[in-house]
Design a binder for this molecule. Structure first.
Ligand code: BEZ
Length: 398
């Protein structure tokens, strides 16, 4: 649901210009008032459905970063316009368009689901509104559809999956099955894994799918048991990931066939998954126990403020806040200086809890991907699977 905004900025400027024309001079008080106007941020994220918890963590992290910076930029406060996108691609362009044309937000921030983010990308490209993507990994957003006003603080779906291919092949694993929801994120993650695995000598013998957000895993687990692969690589997240790990254990596959994934499988869900998650290895650009002062402080502050442990989604939201702050500081809160605003974000060095990172030319993080293992209630970092990994940004002409 979106809050109504009583102050129409464009109407104000139209009236102010007319008054100035009559008076024969630009009025100083109107400029001062314009500077006092709030910076409008459109948060479009899932707050219901299987990705609801992810949307909340991103929102928490984002707001925390802005609060830590004092909440004011060039004297301007921020105002949030919040939409629950329900992870529903069919409502995505309408939702994003309402934030831009009705609420007149200065910046769009969102979302989690790859299909939904492509609706946001369309509106951002058409309207020129800056868009910061704090999760959704759709390759096209920083690939064929890349644009000067589109930035991502998370990953491409390819990015955390690709390194796991080499990790497994280097262990002598030859034959793998893949399993995912059949939508952009899952398909691209599997492609990434397959690319890394086959390049290193492995073979994907079967690709299994189910529709998003179905959790009817049973028939697929029966099929996997009959194939007897050396390993299964999956993409799932949120509640769907928890159900898969529990069903995997209940089907007697745990300890018999190795279950691996991009780290969304186990991130933010370890309490819910219980011992079904124990020992599962994944690759991701974050891990709970990264031993840096930045990560320790972030985790402490987040836990204090929200009475929750942070996860990768909270980190990506926090980094989206840090990126926006870098842009706002460069223009002293005046987002109408769009060229300088975007340039500052493009060259920002983000001092993230995951480790410092910079933007690729296509505006996607260049970042380390960690190998992690679930030990108790932690996604423990076992090492770096691939250092400073940049997405290939196929099709980006920028
Ligand atoms: C996606 O749809 O891009 C996505 C959703 C959850 C976790 C990771 C990626």
């Amino acid at each position: 649901m979106s809050k109504k905004q009583p102050f129409d900025r464009r109407a104000f400027f139209r009236t102010a210009a007319a008054v100035a024309a009559v008076a024969g001079a630009i009025s100083l008080p109107s400029l001062a008032f314009a500077q006092d106007a709030k910076i409008k941020i459109g948060l479009m994220l899932p707050y219901t459905g299987t990705y609801a918890q992810l949307g909340v963590a991103i929102t928490n992290g984002f707001k925390m970063a802005l609060e830590e910076a004092g909440g004011k930029f060039g004297g301007r406060e921020v105002e949030y316009f919040t939409v629950d996108d329900e992870s529903n691609p069919s409502k995505a362009t309408d939702n994003a368009n309402a934030l831009v044309t009705r609420d007149k937000v200065d910046v769009l921030v969102g979302t989690v689901h790859s299909g939904v983010v492509m609706g946001m990308v369309k509106i951002a490209r058409e309207s020129g509104t800056p868009l910061i993507i704090p999760n959704a990994g759709a390759g096209a957003a920083t690939g064929a559809q890349c644009a000067p006003n589109i930035f991502r603080t998370s990953f491409t779906n390819w990015q955390p999956a690709y390194p796991m291919g080499k990790v497994l092949a280097d262990r002598g694993i030859k034959k793998a099955v893949t399993l995912t929801w059949k939508y952009g994120a899952g398909i691209e993650a599997i492609e990434g894994f397959k690319e890394g695995f086959t390049k290193a000598g492995g073979t994907v013998v079967k690709e299994l799918f189910l529709p998003f957000p179905s959790v009817e895993f049973q028939p697929l687990l029966t099929e996997i048991a009959s194939i007897k692969p050396d390993a299964v690589f999956v993409f799932f997240a949120g509640g769907g990931g928890v159900k898969l790990m529990k069903d995997w254990q209940a089907a007697g596959l745990k300890g018999k066939i190795g279950l691996y994934g991009s780290g969304f499988l186990t991130d933010g869900v370890l309490d819910a998954a219980g011992d079904a998650a124990e020992g599962i290895e994944t690759t991701l650009h974050y891990g709970d126990g990264i031993e840096t002062p930045k990560n320790k402080t972030f985790r402490l502050n987040y836990a204090k403020e929200f009475k929750l442990q942070p996860d990768v989604y909270a980190v990506q939201g926090y980094d989206a806040g840090l990126l926006l702050i870098a842009g706002l500081k460069a223009v002293k809160g005046d987002v109408s200086k769009q060229k300088e605003f975007l340039a500052a974000m493009a060259k920002a060095k983000i001092d993230s809890p995951r480790g410092a990172w910079t933007m690729s030319k296509a505006h996607n993080p260049i970042q380390d991907v960690y190998l992690r293992k679930v030990v108790g209630k932690e996604n423990k970092v076992m090492g770096v699977a691939q250092k400073a990994l940049a997405d290939p940004a196929r099709g980006c002409k920028m």
